[in-house]
Design a protein around this ligand. Structure first.
Ligand SMILES: CC(=O)SCCNC(=O)CCNC(=O)[C@H](O)C(C)(C)COP(=O)(O)OP(=O)(O)OC[C@H]1O[C@@H](n2cnc3c(N)ncnc32)[C@H](O)[C@@H]1OP(=O)(O)O
Ligand SMILES: O=C(O)CCC(=O)C(=O)O
Length: 358
């Protein structure tokens, strides 16, 4: 499956957020080195930074910009120099009426002609059905059939879908999943799960963003999709270099002056840290007892911590690592010392302490 990273465009759709050209250039280079297939730089008709970024980068990934189904937006994308245009248009009855004010027939004519205009200028055309997951599957098939595009994406624009509905919706379409992309928002907290459900059906492309940065609750999370592709129940192939995943995601966040909470899956400061006595004791023997994968696989690092939550099992193992006989007295002495530490000790520090107790 291909990945389109849209951190730069969706991240900026949050109130008050605007990235500078320098920030975007730095972030784009990181994402390119990771190996994502497409990087969405921005909305060319609405900002001149997309063009300025494109002028400064030379990537293996294809650059994209979004464009409404209007000639001026497509011309701005062409002028910006993106490799591909994500031509988006509302496709649900509700959005057709209130966003576009057009009939379905008018929509089809407009999208067909604007897509042709883009392709005639040598730009790869992707057609994105905004609110596609609230659009009748037959209407989507008819539209996709009429529009000449590289790929057709269904967007869960309001983030209201869950995996079962995603599967039912895609199953109800006649368009081959291999011609489809998916774009999920995280309003129900299941954007990544939805993406995995779609991947299982064989969709060709998924939109993701670093840390899920995007409008409202954000989007499917790049790190989570990549990690699940590698260690999830049903592995699938991506072009990214998984060992660079977490360093890249952190570098992108740094470049964009963004942050995540300590419990954020894969990226948070605490998610690879273990302190509970029962867990650390077992993990000293076999780390897999209490972790789903070795964080090093994605460029992360496990931290075992020792202090007042440490129990006799871990203390015994620490003494053994320090080359000491784990007598009852030593175990008790080590536990006393660990009880007193002001801040939890790392494994190395705890082994050193185990070497010191009488
Ligand atoms: C991809 C998404 O999530 S939606 C994009 C979100 N991003 C932004 O909105 C970026 C900031 N926006 C802007 O700078 C401005 O809104 C612009 C430049 C995009 C457009 O500005 P304006 O045309 O002045 O006004 P407005 O935002 O109200 O656009 C409404 C027009 O766009 C049309 N429109 C909206 N979506 C589409 C679409 N996908 N395809 C074709 N036309 C569309 C509407 O029908 C309406 O047309 P009308 O003016 O003929 O009635
Ligand atoms: O996917 C696109 O090109 C824009 C549409 C979008 O971001 C959405 O519907 O949420």
């Amino acid at each position: 499956m291909k990945l389109l990273d849209l951190t730069l465009r969706e991240g900026e759709q949050r109130p008050g957020v605007e990235y500078t050209v320098d920030q975007k250039v730095d972030a784009v280079r990181e994402l390119d080195a990771l190996g994502v297939d497409y990087v969405q730089i921005g909305f060319p008709v609405a900002d001149d930074r997309t063009k300025r970024v494109c002028e400064r980068v030379d990537l293996d990934a294809k650059t994209t910009g979004i464009a409404r189904a209007v000639p001026g937006d497509v011309d701005a994308a062409i002028d910006a120099g993106v490799d591909a245009v994500n031509l988006f248009a509302p496709t649900s009855d509700r959005q057709l009426e209130h966003v576009l004010g057009k009939s379905r027939e008018e929509l089809l004519d407009t999208v067909v002609s604007v897509a042709d205009r883009a392709r005639d200028h040598g730009v790869e055309v992707h057609f994105d059905a905004m609110d596609g997951f609230r659009t009748d599957p037959g209407d989507l098939d008819a539209l996709f059939d009429a529009v000449d595009a590289e790929l057709y994406t269904l967007a869960d624009t309001v983030g209201g879908r869950t995996p079962a509905g995603v599967v039912d919706h895609l199953d109800a379409m006649t368009t081959d999943p291999g011609a489809l992309g998916v774009h999920f928002h995280d309003d129900l907290g299941v954007a990544t799960a939805n993406t995995l459900a779609a991947a299982r059906l064989g969709v060709a492309r998924a939109d993701v963003s670093v840390a899920g940065l995007g409008e409202r609750a954000g989007n499917a999370v790049l790190e989570e999709v990549v990690a699940a592709a590698v260690v999830g129940d049903e592995p699938f192939t991506l072009a990214v270099d998984e060992r660079r995943l977490l360093p890249t995601a952190r570098a992108v966040l740094d470049a964009l002056d963004e942050d995540v909470g300590p419990e954020k899956a894969l990226l948070g400061d605490e998610v690879f840290s273990h302190e509970s006595g029962l867990h650390t004791a077992a993990m000293l023997d076999d780390p897999a007892t209490f972790e789903p994968f070795d964080p090093a696989r994605f460029g992360g690092q496990r931290r075992l911590l020792f202090g007042s939550a440490t129990g006799t099992g871990a203390a015994r193992r620490l003494l053994e690592r320090a080359g000491r006989e784990p007598t009852e007295e030593r175990v008790a002495a080590l536990l006393d010392r660990l009880d007193d530490v002001a801040e939890e000790l790392s494994l190395e520090e705890a082994v050193a302490l185990a070497g010191e107790v009488a």
